[in-house]
Design a protein around this ligand. Sequence first.
Ligand SMILES: [Zn+2]
Length: 287
Amino acid sequence: MEKHMIRYAKSQGFAIPQMNINGLIWIEGVLQAAENMQSPIIIGTTDKNIAYLGGYKFILQTIKNKITAMGITVPVSIHLDHGLTVEGCKQAVDAGYDSVMFDGSKLPIEENIRQTKEVVEYAHAHGVIVEGEVGAVGGVEDGLVGQVKYADIDECVALVQQTHLDTLAPALGSVHGKYKGEPNLGFAEMEAIGSKVDVPLVLHGASGIPNADLQRAIQLGHAKINFNTEINISWSNQLRKTLNESTELFNPQEILKPSIQAIITIAEKIIQTCGSENKNTAFIKNR
Ligand SMILES: [Zn+2]
């Protein structure tokens, strides 16, 4: 379902937002925002955080149970973000994920291709789609540290053609976590890669990229955009505010409620930025 959803988004010139979750209130917040905005959504769980989230099976089932309990009607895809190992990706497939990313971007390209291909063969046999990465997204996020390295066009083409992956994340200047200074996306490289590969592109580290740049990235073939940092900044700002303003408060629900609303509000803004509002792609499931 997710593959068709992302391909449809590409054909219609919008992007499906991926929002990463860090626990129950993130799940509730992003699902509520997607339902409010009638937007398809991809819920991301980053591999580095899987133990914290309770393991592949636990977090997947928790998300699915929440979808049912909240009566969510929009399409929701559950994605493993930055899969660290082939084995971990296979476990996520077995657990029932809709899609997995294998991040072989730190490996030499031949090894990235070999390992990505192994993930693709296993995932496709189970109806699960795969995202691959070339180059390096910069910054620090969830313990992932990296210097920006622009994706090489020939390596992108080789990874797509030799592995038959479904979506490609070419690192082109984006950064995980907070940007230091202005983001500097390589639009010329983006255009060149978009013209040479047929698969939808994925943009990582979108928090902090100006809206106009995101729109241009969508026009140049990005149909999935990943958000994490700005959601966590909104959540933590609100939580600090609540605790500072009400120093006597100790009821967990009262403390957390405004911070859940902060997640909903920023998630709705992200959906608007991606252009996925009222793009309920539920009909694609039946194709
Ligand atoms: Zn990323």
